[in-house]
Design a protein. Structure first.
Length: 269
């Protein structure tokens, strides 16, 4: 287990924002995760899972609690027949590549989705027919439930059993390419925004002169305007302000709402 007390979250988050948290913990096993959650309960701390952080901007205020990343055993794929058991910390793009190479179909609709399997199971459509069982943390133990139950209860997802269909690797790869191709026409896989239907995001941003807009240390870059980025030392409150100004500019000049994919975590900025 890696444990750092009173740790700046900005050292560990994808957007490099976040105040100090009571504890930053990387757990390697179920036993370690159970220990951390029990300790948090004992001192009345919130315990929050962070996946790969592709959707989460941590606010600048201190976090009274532990922020936990799954590591070690949670990063394993047990590719056994007839079903695969996949840990919550496995990167989704790596799982898709492995399934294609092994000639296992069913995950193609998730092509281009960044982040971890655990967060994607918790949030994204595309798993319903495939994830036959989900392991969640319940009273310090792994408990098997349906995907719907895991989502409804906002449980910590540990792993899932996936029913993948056998197919030819080249056929799976072709479908992955097709899904990715369709998706990148309107958005890009790592976008901070939901594209308005059928209108390419880059075209929208260019038409309202958003690329290159900078606010202190956060920016909308010219090379990837669909991303909000931290140039180094930027804050979550500046990211929020930049996001709001971009949305207002698109609304006033193009007439539609631009929804954000970003989840804001932690206390007020
Ligand atoms: C078709 C499609 C396209 C997408 N495109 C994009 C895109 O362009 N840009 C984008 O940002 N996102 C996109 N997403 C969504 C996003 O990629 C997924 O939700 C992703 O898997 C997030 O992973 P992460 O590990 O980075 O999440 P994080 O940002 O780390 O976490 C997101 C949330 O999930 C919770 N969480 C993390 N791990 C677990 C777990 N093990 N159990 C329970 N809850 C957990 C966290 O507490 C947090 O609330 C897309 C999704 C789909 C279906």
């Amino acid at each position: 287990m890696i444990l750092r007390i009173d740790e700046p979250l900005a050292r560990h988050t994808a957007w490099r924002t976040g105040g100090r948290c009571g504890a930053w913990v990387v757990v390697a096993s179920l036993a370690e995760l159970a220990e951390v959650t029990a300790e948090c309960r004992a001192v009345d701390w919130k315990c929050t899972l962070l996946g790969h952080g592709t959707r989460t901007v941590w606010r600048d205020a201190p976090v009274v609690g532990a922020v936990v990343r799954l590591g070690g055993a949670f990063g394993l794929v047990e590719a056994e027949e007839p079903a695969w058991r996949v840990g919550a910390a496995v990167p989704l793009p790596a799982l898709l590549a492995r399934a294609a190479a092994a000639g296992r179909a069913g995950l193609e609709d998730l092509a281009g989705v960044p982040g971890s399997v655990g967060a994607s199971l918790a949030l994204d459509p595309g798993w319903e027919a495939i994830a036959t069982e989900v392991e969640v943390l319940h009273r310090g133990k792994a408990h098997r439930v349906s995907l719907a139950e895991a989502r409804d209860g906002k449980k910590m997802i540990l792993a899932a059993t996936l029913a993948l269909r056998p197919d030819r690797p080249d056929a799976v790869r072709r479908r992955l390419d097709r899904v990715l191709g369709n998706r990148t026409r309107t958005t890009t896989p790592a976008s901070s925004w939901y594209a308005p239907s059928r209108i390419p995001l880059r075209e929208v941003f260019a038409s309202v002169q958003l690329p290159r807009v900078r606010l202190r240390e956060v920016a909308i870059p010219a090379t990837a305007p669909e991303m909000l980025i931290n140039l180094g030392g930027g804050t979550a409150s500046d990211l929020a302000l930049l996001q709001k100004s971009a949305q207002e500019r698109v609304k006033s000049t193009r007439g539609f709402e631009l929804d954000s994919r970003v989840l804001w975590q932690g206390g007020a900025t």
